[in-house]
Write a protein that binds this ligand. Structure first.
Ligand code: MFK
Length: 240
């Protein structure tokens, strides 16, 4: 009990530090999600010890120079208010909706798929930025060695996951809670493990509860098109 209290105090220190970062969960973008959009029972999380909260979208030593350059570029743009870095936790993504900042708290039994490793460098290293005015998301993605499929290259499923995540984050920030209904990907050029690519996603149109998006994955110099995708997300009903 005493040990956990000490850890909780350490954790609260960490939360205070998190709140000094340039972008916070409670500053995020959706200002008018209807109250009926309450999290389902399945989305509720427990928070055993606060020190486990970690924002995975901050730089770490495993990031390549290209990852850092893209991060710095969009952090600079964030100073001018056009882009916001999206915090990223290993719990659910619902912290992107203003009503649920607490959902960043770590869970005991489940993890967000793209943040399921405890070590850095091996899996999905990524940071996303959202442009509210343009309804666009960019993601700087470094594919780690545990994402291999053909020798030396990233698995198509891992690429699909980063497309789903980037377009999902874009949609959540634009309209609130959604589910992926359709994802179409054309793989144009393999992504070398360890390399950094830029994922660019935008909302094309919104028709009622249907949100249509398109995504491109390119090399950081934009010369190589690795994949292009379209997605359809469905906004959750008021009762969900
Ligand atoms: C920071 C980290 C951010 C991470 C973000 C990650 C985001 C990842 C999100 C996911 O991966 S969610 C998991 C994968 N997706 C699923 O498991 C969804 C499974 N499918 C469902 O739950 C339902 O089918 C769905 C919620 C998508 C739709 O069911 P609904 O009952 O809410 O809608 P409905 O079937 O009434 O359809 C509404 C409209 O969408 C259309 N629609 C639904 N599914 C479609 C489809 N697959 N293709 C084309 N249109 C579709 C449907 O025709 C209709 O069009 P109209 O309004 O014009 O009549």
């Amino acid at each position: 009990m005493f040990r956990c209290s000490v850890r909780l105090i350490k954790g609260l220190t960490q939360i205070t530090w998190l709140q000094e970062q340039p972008v916070l969960p409670n500053l995020l973008y959706r200002r008018s999600v209807p109250a009926a959009y309450l999290p389902s029972r399945a989305l509720r999380v427990t928070w055993p010890c606060a020190e486990e909260v970690k924002d995975f979208s901050l730089t770490n030593p495993s990031w390549s120079p290209n990852m850092r350059n893209l991060y710095n570029k969009y952090m600079e743009l964030s100073q001018q208010e056009s882009w916001k870095r999206l915090p990223s936790y290993n719990a659910t993504a619902t912290h992107l909706i203003e009503q649920y900042p607490d959902s960043a708290k770590p869970q005991v039994t489940t993890r967000l798929f793209t943040r399921n490793l405890d070590v850095e460098d091996l899996g999905f290293e990524y940071v996303m930025f959202y442009n509210q005015a343009e309804q666009r998301t960019v993601c700087s993605f470094q594919a780690g060695p545990y994402l291999e499929s053909p020798i030396g290259f990233a698995h198509g499923g891992a690429i699909a996951a980063i497309v789903d995540t980037t377009s999902g984050a874009c949609t959540i920030c634009t309209v609130g809670k959604v589910k992926t209904a359709n994802l179409n990907i054309n793989y144009r050029s393999p992504i070398t493990l360890g390399s950094t690519v830029e994922v660019q996603c935008r909302v094309d149109k919104i028709e009622g509860r249907k949100i249509f998006l398109s995504t491109e994955i390119r090399s950081v110099n934009s010369q190589v098109l690795h994949a292009e995708a379209t997605a359809l997300f469905i906004q959750m009903k008021m009762s969900e």
